[in-house]
Ligand binder design. Structure first.
Ligand code: SF4
Length: 246
């Protein structure tokens, strides 16, 4: 479920994406989504540099090189998956082939798994670099942008035993450690993207699993046009959540 309540951002993101229709192209979609990323990033940067926020909000524990949260399923919309596949095609040949190969390898192992099954593999996201950074940082999904933890030990414990951590949260033994403000901002941007898609291509409003969807787009670039024209992505590429996020 999206924590989307920043109305101006929902509308601004919807407006940017709406420029792609009625005749969507991959290039136009990428440009529109990049504008949404800039809007959402600027909103978060302004919010987190506000004195009131600095005084009230707990400090995030996230740091460059810390990738504990990048070992789980990531839900993406069709435009985000298309944007990432398009980005991979612009990389220098060797880099693009290496990254695409990693995407295919992880997809072969994890496509069709539920959230808990995927977490139990302890495989990293194929885009997590050797130094712990995101190798597709400029086009990373909105849900990744919104995830900011205040406790790295919690993130490590989720990596080690996601099911157990969920059980402890359910029993009230632990409290969630993710900052609400960035989650709300980036979920609102995502809600705007989906709102626009819902009007133009309602069957394409599904939550896709990042690795599976990008692997499918790499194997068949025509898929992007089909989805944007209104086709429903194959069910095997959909996210299979079990009980929500830890
Ligand atoms: S896309 Fe980047 S930020 Fe998101 S899970 Fe993968 S490596 Fe982490």
């Amino acid at each position: 479920m999206l924590a989307a309540s920043e109305d101006f951002l929902i509308e601004a993101a919807r407006g940017e994406m709406s420029r792609c229709w009625p005749k969507p192209t991959v290039a136009a979609l990428c440009a529109a989504l990049d504008a949404v990323f800039r809007l959402a990033d600027a909103t978060w940067n302004a919010r987190r540099s506000n004195v009131r926020y600095l005084l009230d909000a707990p400090a995030a524990a996230c740091k460059a090189g810390c990738g504990w949260c990048c070992h789980q399923q990531v839900g993406v919309s069709v435009p985000e998956a298309v944007r990432i596949a398009a980005h991979l095609r612009t990389l220098p040949a060797e880099e693009g082939e290496a990254l695409s190969g990693r995407v295919r390898q992880v997809a072969e192992r994890t496509t069709g798994m539920t959230t808990l099954e995927r977490a139990a593999t302890r495989l990293s996201c194929p885009f997590l670099g050797a130094e712990g950074g995101c190798t597709i940082y400029a086009v990373r999904p909105l849900r990744c942008r919104g995830l900011h933890s205040i406790d790295v030990e919690f993130c490590i414990a989720c990596y080690e035993d996601l099911e157990g951590m969920r059980e402890r949260l359910r029993k009230g033994e632990l409290k969630p450690v993710y900052l609400e403000t960035p989650e709300r901002i980036f979920d609102s941007a995502l809600a705007g993207v989906l709102k626009s898609l819902g009007k133009a291509a309602p069957k394409a409003v599904v939550s896709l699993e990042l690795t599976a969807a990008v692997a499918a787009l790499l194997d068949n670039p025509r898929l992007a046009e089909r989805w944007l024209a209104g086709a429903r992505p194959d069910k095997a590429l959909h996210l299979r959540p079990d009980h929500g996020r830890a």
